[in-house]
Design a protein around this ligand. Structure first.
Ligand SMILES: [Zn+2]
Length: 385
């Protein structure tokens, strides 16, 4: 647990911004940093960015000059857009191929749009570091700090120095860093939902981060920003039926598909719940598990992975058969007997976390209760089981 960073909780003058954006002639208007009132703004695609911003641009201070040119950056009022400014410490920004993979995960999301398309357009801004496709004029290299400590304070300081304040209603902000708070945690999003996160799979803890690890962790931490948790509806981790990179079982190694490929995004199905008091081995994850394999914990603490599709019988208690229906099994390894409820992440995204957005989705934030993210030690243990 760590204190909620006050800066992240500060709301922009959403009401004033929405009024300005809805006015063809942007006249000066009163604006205060404590304005908490939300004026409903038309947001056809539900991405928390009002149509007027996506059509005309966003005038943060109401001086009649567009400060954030959303249409110029490819925003569409009829298709969900997500903007992320990425700052980076030397050597930590993932490759162009990694950025391409992130874009593709969102582009192929099973999320409908008013323009008839599916998917989410994510706009990643690495400044000049990764070519024009990823240059929206904002990303910067920042001073190398191998240990952001205390993480919230240090992250806020870097953000304040490198991130244009006019962007905070439009862009999520993140840092490709090394490590934080003296530990070896893979990342941090500070709140759920939120507007800021860090990815910290750096050399200090010998992550030797591949594109897989960078991409999985980026999408995981961004997932917290857009409302997703380690257990879907709750914070229970390692649920075999939660087929998402939000689940530690799949953050760094990908969600396992039945065809042998890996998937690096959020869950698009909600398989049936599993009651650990009496899991039915005969049904596996049920019909929605057909396209996937999955991993679960045995009573001795080891991890097993299905050989084939997860709609086939699964030996939840690791006793050598797949016929038990009344034998308790702690299959997510948390030493409690729970009902494991999955989630279709893509159907439950929360746009407008933190200061992002100005539409009707603004809501109170829930402090993350699971702020200790997946560590290098845990990852190493998972690989060696
Ligand atoms: Zn997490």
């Amino acid at each position: 647990m760590r204190p909620r960073p006050a800066l992240f909780a500060v709301l922009t003058s959403l009401a004033a911004a929405a009024l300005a954006a809805s006015s063809a002639v942007a006249a000066p208007f009163p604006q205060t940093d404590t304005e908490k009132r939300v004026v409903a703004a038309t947001d056809t695609d539900g991405d928390s960015l009002p149509d007027t911003w996506e059509t005309n641009g966003y005038d943060a201070n109401g001086d009649g000059v567009v400060d954030v040119d959303l249409p110029g950056m490819g925003a569409n009022p009829k298709k969900k857009d997500l903007f992320v400014e990425m700052d980076y410490m030397a050597g930590r920004l993932t490759t162009t191929a990694g950025l391409d993979r992130i874009v593709q995960v969102f582009a192929s999301a099973p999320v409908g749009n008013p323009d008839g398309s599916t998917g989410i357009k994510i706009h990643l801004d690495a400044g000049a570091a990764r070519g024009t496709a990823y240059n929206l004029g904002g990303g910067n290299e920042v001073a190398y700090d191998a240990d952001l400590n205390p993480s919230a304070t240090q992250t806020n300081a870097i953000k304040a120095a490198n991130f244009a304040s006019a962007r905070k209603a439009v862009f999520h902000y993140m840092i490709w860093g090394d490590s934080y708070d003296g530990g070896c945690s893979s990342g941090q999003a500070f709140n759920i939902p939120n507007d800021t996160f860090i990815v910290t799979v750096g050399p200090k803890c010998n992550w030797n981060a591949t594109d897989d690890i960078n991409v999985g962790t980026f999408i995981h931490e961004l997932g917290h920003n857009i409302g997703l948790k380690h257990g879907g509806t709750d914070n229970l981790n390692y649920k075999p039926n939660y087929l998402s990179v939000m689940n530690y079982s799949f953050q760094l190694g990908g969600v396992l598909k039945a065809d042998g490929t890996k998937y690096w995004g959020y869950s698009s199905v909600q398989p049936t719940s599993i009651n650990e008091a009496r899991p039915d081995e005969r049904v596996g994850l049920g019909s929605l598990g057909a396209g996937y394999r999955t991993s679960w914990k045995c009573p001795n603490g080891s991890t097993r992975t299905t050989a084939g599709a997860a709609n086939q019988p699964i030996d939840w208690n690791c006793d050598g058969d797949t016929t038990d229906t009344t034998t308790a099994a702690d299959i997510n390894g948390d030493k409690t007997t729970s009902i494991l409820i999955a989630q279709n992440n893509w159907a439950n995204l929360v746009f407008g976390g933190g200061a992002v957005g100005g539409g009707s989705e603004l809501q109170s934030k829930t402090p993350a209760t699971e702020l200790q993210e997946l560590t290098h030690t845990e990852w190493t243990e998972m690989q060696h089981r």
